[in-house]
Design a protein around this ligand. Structure first.
Ligand SMILES: CC(=O)[C@@H](O)[C@H](O)COP(=O)(O)O
Ligand SMILES: NCC(=O)COP(=O)(O)O
Length: 237
């Protein structure tokens, strides 16, 4: 079974636009779970432009499904994750000012750093995932650093999909095989959508998890949150 983790960053973006508590990020997360989401993902950024540290603390005791926290492992992030102890932490190589994630780690160049950080999370009993491109060497070095899983950065797939789905997914199938041969679990995310998700899943049915935010929350404006989550779940069958 491939699990759907709903990324609620964009709900927090909307809430922050007015400074109040509408929409209520915690309530939306709990509703996502009631509507069938298998997990909730947040990506607290240093400027707190969407998810705030306080959201992470508020969510932790209330979520009933898997909690995944993504982010760059700066000292403040490491401290937050070790205090909150989510089920999974996903390390992303984003700089503080970045608009959104736009690449995977260079796991070879950052081997020492990643090994140290992953060890801290592994020791705390938190499952670890490292955001990577489809480059086999990057996946191999993620395994060397001690990751439990890799998350494939799917933006290149999403961009190439409309013109040529087969060519778009091919490097991801290869990367997924590499990850499996190394005993790594496999996640995927970024720009996955109702248009491109089912084809991705059908080609890589052993995917453990996808995390989806931007397209899913946008679809919910038209379809409503409950129906949207059901439609994304249907893409994973
Ligand atoms: C790692 C990843 O691909 C997503 O977490 C993405 O970065 C979402 O973050 P934003 O919602 O801040 O764009
Ligand atoms: N890890 C990817 C994620 O959480 C959501 O990315 P997106 O669907 O907002 O592009």
């Amino acid at each position: 079974m491939t699990r759907l983790s709903v990324n609620i960053n964009k709900v927090a973006t909307l809430r922050n636009a007015r400074g109040g508590n509408v929409p209520n990020v915690v309530k939306v997360a709990l509703d996502c779970e009631s509507f069938g989401a298998d997990g909730i993902t947040v990506h607290p950024r240093p400027d707190e432009r969407h998810i705030r540290k306080s959201d992470v603390y508020d969510l932790r005791p209330l979520l009933r499904t898997e909690f995944n926290i993504e982010g760059y492992p700066a000292p403040e992030f490491i401290d937050l994750v070790l205090k909150v102890k989510p089920h999974q932490v996903t390390l992303v190589p984003d700089s503080p000012t970045q608009l959104t994630s736009n690449s995977g780690w260079d796991t070879k160049a950052n081997l020492e750093f990643l090994t140290e950080v992953l060890e801290a999370f592994n020791t705390a009993g938190i499952r670890t995932s490292v955001f990577v491109s489809t480059d086999a060497e990057m996946i191999e070095y993620a395994a060397k650093a001690g990751a439990d899983r890799v998350e494939l950065y799917t933006e290149p797939y999403a961009t190439a999909f409309p013109k040529n789905p087969e060519a778009a997914v091919a490097p991801f199938v290869e990367a997924a095989r590499t990850a499996r041969s190394l005993g790594l679990g496999l996640n995927a995310g970024h720009d996955l959508s109702l248009e491109n998700l089912n084809y991705f899943y059908k080609n890589i049915p052993w995917l453990d998890e996808v995390s989806i935010g931007h397209a899913l929350i946008s679809d919910a404006l038209y379809l409503g949150l409950e129906r949207t989550i059901q439609e994304y779940k249907n893409c994973l069958r």
